[in-house]
Design a protein around this ligand. Structure first.
Ligand code: ASP
Length: 434
């Protein structure tokens, strides 16, 4: 196993995890054994990834911004990043809308199945609605207010405050650029060294990745609801997954055209992060690995990756926005509603905003879907319809989310002349790095 490239090791861990989970469901008490003795290792693995997210953003972004040496470079990079992120998100929502209107998965749901699903999951749906109400009850500028923390130590104690930490790191980096060099030097050296340590920690954590994903997937399989409900939603799931695959093809195409990096080497470079996103359903937990892969294996300069990727993990969720568009129209179809063109255009706007507002954690896309539904006048009870299959789709959309971030980082790097040769060759793809 040691000589195998990391993505193969992770893939083997995933397959074995699913098989083990399936096997344990047939064993009496198997579910409890997995929950008590296997799942905790998955949790430890995710925790260790999340553990370094805040220090990673702080160290790499402060280093990245201060390396830029002048503020105009920062605003140029910032402008490009946000603009490209917006474009890819709108493309994703539009693909979702097109597919869901063509395939019409909601029309294949029978009245009986609809009632069964609503009955089974209405409790869970209510929980999500409550969370969404909390997010919605604030004023229109609240999202802006939330970016600026009133206490950096307070902000840094919660992973969900990623935007606040990003804000502080950029602000601090700008300060470092503006003070005299001899004063800035020791501070910068400190963050450079700190950053190296964090990157080494990522290497070490990734040694455990195959085992971590084994545990995560085994636990997921024993805890998943019955297969019958999945079957009822097969066309809906098909539509989402088809859209997500088109997005992956779209990223490969634009990366190929703009950076000349062929799809095989792009996918090879990013695949360990994709597999991890799939296993954890969290862009935030995957961020350290996405950064490492993009910088070391795809040749993106750290100045760019340290800026583009943490921002992307929080605001650029193309997979989530595509899913929200499909889910909203699917629910409308299942309830026999006809959505006008205006309502569908409205979905493009709200799904784009809702995906920006979604946290980079499992299930966040579903919370924000409530807002898309509300805006389009689609019954929120419809959430219960798609609940059974949300987790597997979350795994797929998270994979697309991080692939989108990685692609945009390559494009921004190319446009700024910051895309070089990868530090680690793919045929040398073993951890820890020699
Ligand atoms: N799990 C997704 C992510 O972390 C967000 C979502 O769609 O639920 O990127």
């Amino acid at each position: 196993m040691k000589n195998l490239a990391l993505h193969w090791q992770i893939l083997i861990g995933m397959v074995l995890g699913v098989l083990f989970g399936l096997g344990m469901t047939y064993l009496e008490g198997g579910k409890e054994i997995v929950e008590d003795w296997v799942k905790p290792f998955g949790k430890i693995f995710i925790n260790s990834l999340k553990l370094i997210a805040v220090p990673l953003i702080l160290a790499s972004l402060i280093k990245g911004v201060s390396d830029l040496k002048d503020i105009s470079k920062l605003s140029k990079m910032g402008g490009r990043t946000i603009a490209i992120y917006l474009v890819t998100t709108v493309v994703a929502v539009s693909i979702g809308l097109l597919l869901v209107n063509l395939i019409q998965p909601g029309n294949s749901i029978s009245e009986k199945t609809r009632q069964e699903l609503v009955e089974n999951y209405s409790g869970d749906a209510q929980k999500y609605k409550d969370q969404a109400v909390k997010q919605k009850s604030s004023g229109p500028l609240q999202a802006l207010v939330d970016i600026v923390p009133d206490n950096i130590f307070g902000a840094a104690t919660q992973n969900k405050n990623m935007l606040q930490i990003i804000f502080f790191a950029i602000f601090f980096g700008v300060g470092l650029i503006l003070i005299p060099q001899e004063k800035a030097k020791p501070v910068k050296s400190f963050f450079d060294g700190f950053n190296e340590v964090i990157l080494k920690l990522i290497d070490l954590i990734m040694l455990a990745a195959p085992y971590g994903v084994f545990a995560l997937l085994a636990a997921l399989v024993v805890e998943s609801p019955s297969v019958d409900l999945f079957k009822a939603l097969i066309w809906y799931a098909f539509t989402v997954v088809l859209g997500l695959l088109i997005m992956i093809a779209f990223y490969n195409l634009i990366v190929w055209i703009i950076t000349k990096k062929n799809p095989a080497s792009f996918l090879k470079g990013i695949s360990p992060a994709q597999l991890l996103a799939f296993s954890t359903s969290s862009s935030a937990a995957t961020l350290p690995v996405t950064m490492e892969r993009v910088t070391e294996h795809l040749g993106v300069d750290e100045e760019v990756s340290s800026f583009v990727l943490p921002i992307g993990a929080t605001i650029n969720m193309d997979g989530t926005s595509l899913y929200q568009a499909v889910a909203a129209v699917f629910i409308a179809q299942a309830f026999g509603m006809d959505l006008s063109l205006g309502a569908q255009l409205g979905i493009i706007v709200t799904a784009t905003l809702a995906s920006i507002g979604s946290a980079a954690v499992p299930g966040a896309g579903m919370v924000m879907l409530v807002i898309v539904l509300g805006q389009a006048g689609i019954p929120e009870a419809g959430l219960a319809l798609i609940f059974a299959i949300d987790r597997p789709l979350d795994m797929c959309r998270t994979t697309v989310n991080i692939t989108g971030d990685a692609s945009v980082s390559m494009i921004v790097a190319k446009s700024l002349g910051k895309l070089g040769k990868p530090k680690v060759k793919d045929w040398d793809d073993n951890y820890p790095k020699k």
